[in-house]
Design a protein around this ligand. Structure first.
Ligand code: ATP
Ligand code: MG
Length: 440
């Protein structure tokens, strides 16, 4: 992309209506614009990041054996009456009437809909277990939408739902999603610690929130330093390995990590003082087992192996895809702007010409731009007619992992400057070496 032809509005001033750094940077760097309270338009740069996150989440869900589908945002009130949640949900639910005075709602989540769909087509134990997911917009009329996309009213979520014949099977589905989450967040370039969460109506130990550590997080967190040496990728563990998954869960469960909601002083006291870590964190995912709550209420039953009838046991698994954009920025920025982890960067390389009127610089930059594109590298070429300093500032602000800075003096000597955004390291090298480095 050439910046001169792009819609990439960056702001010089920090917007006064934003309180936390990620929200400020998302507005300044032109990722989003608020169109109504808690509702955002994703501008091209922000949308590229959102799509990258979505894709990483999707690929790991697929590897874990979950199948993707797409459910609508609008749902009928009658569906929610089946579970009793139409009345129970409260003012966070956006309730709408259509032209025939039928009650509908903008989905805050999809347990009812997936249970009804599954009920209509699945009749036998042979069709279980299954895990289904979609990545879809949700609406929750939050009392206090704030911090930009971090607590919006409309937001993008990956939500998965598992169906199993019994609790033992449901535990495996839960462990599988736990592993998928560890791998997903690792690939996104962040660490999200699984912390014991409030377990809701049925109790038990199967409820974890995944928390990214950041000083501006909404929850207070307490965790064992063992998570600092934790093998997040768990590369030796296969998704089908039941004993291995049980081990992983046991390890997570026996290593203390909790938010203020579930913090247990007595257990905390058993963690050695020099291993106690406290701070704040942002919830980016939540996995949750709820047994037969919905299948029972909504009459989902399948025939069992021996002519019996079985009520499937379910779990749900959410990732805050749009919240992650903010959370990643909270975890990865500096005074000059965003520092994107490579995996989610909107472009991998930015090219900057220091003097827009210097023909040799422009020719070198255009040639590098075309060669990088031909090699399949995502590259943004800042060819705007602006002062070099302004362009360097914009490039730091939008946080692409690599910058190639091209100026008249360097070009006269046949060199350009390659800068790594995360460390600030710079290196003078020939155009050919820069190309080789960025395409290797
Ligand atoms: P919170 O406690 O932050 O209100 P929640 O527990 O209500 O979230 P879940 O129902 O567990 O949220 O939804 C799954 C994920 O969706 C959360 O882990 C979070 O990352 C994301 N999420 C929830 N509410 C919002 C929101 N208002 N804006 C953006 N993302 C959200
Ligand atoms: Mg939650």
């Amino acid at each position: 992309m050439r910046w001169s032809q792009a819609f990439l509005p960056v702001l010089k001033e920090s917007p006064s209506d934003a309180q936390i750094v990620s929200h400020k940077l998302m507005l300044r760097a032109g990722l989003v614009r608020q169109t109504a309270a808690g509702i955002y338009a994703w501008l091209p740069l922000g949308y590229r990041v959102l799509q990258k996150i979505e894709q990483i989440v999707r690929e790991e869900q697929n590897r874990s054996g979950a199948q993707e589908m797409l459910m609508p945002t609008l749902q009928s009130a009658d569906l929610w009456r089946e579970s009793g949640r139409y009345d129970a949900y409260g003012p966070e639910m956006l309730r709408i009437r259509d032209r025939h005075e039928r009650e509908i709602l903008y989905g805050p989540t999809n347990e009812e809909m997936i249970t009804a769909l599954f009920r209509d087509d699945v009749k036998s134990y042979r069709d279980l277990p299954r895990t289904l997911y979609h990545i879809q917009w949700k609406f929750r009329d939050e009392v206090r939408p704030r911090f930009g996309v971090m607590r919006g009213r409309e937001f993008l979520m990956k939500d998965a739902y598992s169906f199993d014949l019994d609790e033992a099977g449901a535990r495996q589905s839960y462990y599988t999603q736990m592993l998928a989450y560890l791998r997903t967040f690792q690939q996104l370039g962040i660490r999200a610690v699984p912390m014991k969460a409030a377990s809701g109506p049925i109790g038990g130990d199967l409820s974890h929130e995944f928390i990214v550590l950041a000083p501006t997080g909404e929850s207070e967190v307490f965790y064992d330093a063992a998570y600092e040496d934790f093998d997040w990728q768990q590369s030796d563990l296969a998704y089908g390995d039941e004993a291995g998954l049980q081990n992983l869960f046991d390890r997570v469960n026996s290593t203390y990590a909790a938010t203020d909601e579930t913090h247990d002083e007595a257990r905390w006291a058993t963690v050695a003082g020099d291993r106690q870590r406290t701070g704040r964190g942002i919830e980016v995912g939540h996995i949750f087992y709820f047994g037969d709550k919905y299948s029972n209420a909504m009459g989902l039953k399948v025939s069992g192996r021996d002519g019996t009838t079985v009520t499937p046991m379910m779990g749900s698994y959410g990732v805050g895809v749009s919240r992650l954009v903010g959370a990643i920025i909270e975890a990865s920025h500096d005074d000059a702007g965003i520092v994107w982890p490579e995996a989610v960067a909107p472009w991998r390389v930015g090219i900057v010409t220091m003097r827009a009127d210097d023909e040799p610089s422009n020719a070198a930059a255009a040639s590098l731009y075309e060669k990088l594109r031909a090699a399949g590298v995502e590259v943004l070429f800042d060819d705007r007619d602006e002062r070099g300093g302004v362009k360097l500032g914009s490039m730091d602000l939008i946080g692409l992992p690599w910058q190639v800075v091209i100026g008249p003096r360097g070009i006269a000597n046949g060199t350009v400057e390659l800068k790594r955004r995360s460390t600030g390291e710079r290196e003078e090298l020939s155009l050919e070496s820069a190309l080789a480095r960025l395409t290797q």
